[in-house]
Design a protein around this ligand. Structure first.
Ligand code: PLP
Length: 227
């Protein structure tokens, strides 16, 4: 086994053990929690190692890079699940629905309409989550919590998209649990089963607050390359 593979295998087992422990501590079934391995800005060698270690669910935040990392495996017909966890521009909707199985970052009606058209054009059917800007940060994408009910109504009225869940990215330096609790409350209020929350630093907390998937990058792969 090469060194990258043994390092990533070790980290993978550690993360799985922590997911299991936090699930059990909150009376949850560990199998109800999906680990999304965030491969953005990671060298292909590490991505291959994660694949060899058995990972089949990955997250990317940028369209072009996601294609570089994953298009070949799609073409080869490999079985895996790819989540888009970064902002999507409406003009890339067709490419996005062809590559991704889950789009976690619906954040405008314009994008919802573009995705709807893309789905009808391509016949694909990715799962869609709404990104909620729980910290109401001006520089961050996502629907403000107060605007979520109206936004969900507009998506339902104007598109055939079935939103299945919510995603958030808590503000730096704030207690993430408050944001996870808010996201869980909003999801419950709208009967949305999927909750994407928690990253390397706080996924155990997110699981306690009900995360159905956690997005873990650097803890699994190591530090990212700068763009
Ligand atoms: C990069 C990224 C992650 C992974 O972050 P780590 O701290 O490396 O685990 C998770 N979610 C989103 C939206 C990201 O952009």
């Amino acid at each position: 086994m090469n060194q990258t593979l043994s390092e990533i295998s070790t980290k993978s087992k550690q993360i799985a053990a922590k997911i299991e422990a936090s699930a059990k501590a909150s009376g949850r079934n560990p199998h109800d929690i999906t680990l999304v391995a965030v491969s953005k800005r990671q060298p292909m060698e590490r991505i291959d190692a994660a694949w060899a270690a058995g990972h089949r669910v990955f997250g990317e935040n940028q369209m072009v890079e996601a294609e570089q990392h994953w298009q070949q495996k799609r073409t080869d017909g490999e079985a895996f699940q790819l989540h888009l966890i970064g902002h999507l521009q409406s003009n890339k909707a067709v490419r996005a629905v062809q590559l991704f199985d889950v789009i976690e970052t619906l954040d405008s009606l314009k994008l919802a309409k573009a995705l709807d058209a893309a789905l009808q054009k391509t016949g694909t059917n990715p799962e869609v989550l709404v990104q909620v800007n729980t910290g109401e940060e001006p520089q961050k994408h996502g629907i403000h919590p107060k605007k979520l009910p109206t936004f969900l109504e507009q998506v339902a009225a104007n598109t055939q998209i079935k939103v299945t869940g919510l995603m958030c990215l808590p503000p730096q330096g704030q207690e993430p649990g408050l944001h996870f609790a808010l996201l869980a409350k909003l999801a419950a209020r709208h009967n949305l089963p999927k909750l994407s929350m928690g990253m390397s630093g706080d996924y155990e907390t997110a699981i306690r607050f009900g995360a159905s998937s956690v997005r873990v990058g650097s803890s699994l792969f190591g530090e990212r390359q700068s763009r």
